[in-house]
Design a protein around this ligand. Structure first.
Ligand code: GLN
Length: 489
């Protein structure tokens, strides 16, 4: 990798930073002040991932397919935050349609991790360029580099908020599925997609989440108000009232979350946190989630299957890119327009997922792949339900453990941010078989298939997060434990 570029004096600070990091793909350097009735967010300058629709700004999903797309409306979450006082400063780079773990599969090029490790500080050149993580890498880099006030929106289908947060050393929050509306969020895999929040401090997550977590009748998968209330009440009644100690707080450490791929240095942050929590009176309890080893395969089957169906709408006819046939081509063969458009419009990784997903849904493979993956998903949910003390309000037969844990704690990633491939233009081919990317998700996908976490950061060397996972709807409990951990730093 080459040296970091120097900032020119001709451009604004944001443009200068962006020339190095490539975090923003659209910049509104002078966003109009929002007309708002509530001002909880006090003119917060927010960056929004480029797969969340924004009026008067492009929404490209980092894809050639939507390069010219400008939605005439705001996604519900964007509208809620604008109404609450936030102004949108721009759109952030991401992996194409949210598919990836390193933010290298983007038509806008890869995102560079802005973190400067202590051993490089003050040196004229960056030692190496590392990945900001994906797929919400632009949002994480924008927050870490102070390009937006405190917060950015991302989306998390199988770790896309949590992994970049860990790589960039910030907080990444994936709420319980269904709490933040997905209306206006471009679908990757509907049954897993969540809007997530990236910030530097937990209290900023809370500010944004409070406004964003509202029932939206336009989103058919949104959790109903009664379900939310039931979950919040159940969680509240289980969380002990902390005074000066953490007595009564039970933290589970799942043994399956320390796989062979885990870098030895990934262990130190979680050890430090566990020791500190223990010394303040919390009980640390080893637990087992036996279906974890199957989660990654199940996730990629389910997410690819849903993606293949969702992405079928980009056909070169209604909207998005259209590659017309040569004037002398047979115009009756519309499939050719479809094939040409999709071959040019989608990058290699997206094409791979479409093929995998289409295969998993085909008559021959459906039983062995898709249904099998759905069975694994059920087992994973049951694993989580067995270890939490709070019952899962989404399942009728709730089997919570009386002596179960309040939250789980585990490393957020198997390693610190990996180096970016040397040739920035080779981003589509960065990892030819893609498996290296996929393994990065091994610790995050089980919670996507069931519950949710956030991230804590280690302060020296390259950052490494610690995830807190709670029962569905216990977002407040998870954030509370997050605040406690934050205060230990
Ligand atoms: N890396 C995972 C994938 O490629 C997760 C992506 C996401 O959460 N959007 O599918």
């Amino acid at each position: 990798p080459g040296p970091c570029q120097y900032y020119s004096t001709q451009t604004t600070r944001l443009e200068q930073q962006n020339a190095t990091l490539n975090a923003l793909v659209y910049l509104d350097s002078n966003p109009p002040a929002s007309v708002h009735t509530r001002s909880l967010l006090n003119d917060l300058k927010l960056a929004v991932k480029d797969n969340i629709c924004t009026r008067s700004m492009p929404t490209t999903c980092s894809s050639m397919m939507l390069r010219e797309f400008q939605p005439p409306f705001d996604a519900t979450v964007v509208k809620l935050l604008r109404d609450g006082g936030a102004s949108i400063i721009g759109k952030t780079n991401c992996d194409e349609f949210g598919m990836g773990s390193l933010n290298v599969h983007s038509v806008h090029g890869p995102v560079v991790n802005p973190y400067i490790p202590p051993f490089s500080r003050g040196k004229p050149f960056c030692q190496e360029q590392r990945s900001a993580g994906g797929s919400s890498g632009g949002s994480a880099a924008a927050v870490a580099a102070h390009m937006c006030d405190e917060s950015a929106l991302g989306t998390d289908t199988g770790g896309s908020v949590r992994l970049p947060a860990s790589y960039c050393g910030i907080v990444g929050f994936k709420p319980s599925y269904g709490l933040i509306s997905r209306w206006g969020v471009v679908s990757y895999a509907d049954s897993l997609d969540c809007v997530g929040i990236l910030t530097r401090k937990i209290r900023d997550v809370m500010r944004v989440f409070e406004l964003a977590s509202v029932y939206d009748p336009k989103d058919p998968t949104a959790a109903r108000p009664a379900t939310r209330t039931r979950a919040f009440e159940a969680c509240k009644s289980y969380l002990p009232q902390f005074t000066s100690t953490l007595t009564g707080l039970r933290i589970g450490v799942p043994q399956e979350y320390f796989p062979a791929e885990l870098q030895p240095s990934a262990l130190s942050p979680i050890r430090t946190v566990l020791e500190a929590l223990k010394s303040r009176g919390a009980s640390i309890i080893p637990v087992s989630l036996p279906s974890t080893p199957y989660a990654l395969s199940a996730y990629y089957v389910i997410s690819s299957a849903e993606a293949s169906s969702n992405l079928a709408r980009y056909d070169g006819v209604e909207y998005g890119l259209r590659i017309d046939l040569a004037p002398d081509a047979d115009k009756t063969k519309t499939a050719n327009v479809y094939a040409h458009t999709r071959t040019r419009g989608f990058g290699k990784e997206v094409q791979k997922r479409i093929l995998l997903g289409t295969y998993a849904l085909s008559a021959d493979a459906f039983e062995n792949y898709f249904l099998q993956a759905q069975r694994v998903r059920k087992l994973i949910r049951a694993d989580f339900d067995r270890v939490f003390c709070v019952p899962n309000v989404l399942t009728t037969a709730s089997t919570s453990a009386v002596d179960g844990v309040h939250v789980l704690l585990h490393p957020s990633a198997i390693r610190t941010a990996p180096p970016l491939p040397n040739d920035k233009d080779s981003h589509q081919e960065a990892t030819p078989d893609g498996l290296d990317d996929y393994v990065q998700d091994v610790l995050n996908v089980p919670a996507s298939l069931a519950a949710f976490p956030w991230v804590w950061r280690q302060k020296d060397e390259w950052p490494m997060g610690v995830s807190v996972v709670g029962q569905w709807g216990c977002d407040e409990m998870v954030l509370k434990v997050g605040e406690i951990i934050e205060s230990l730093q």
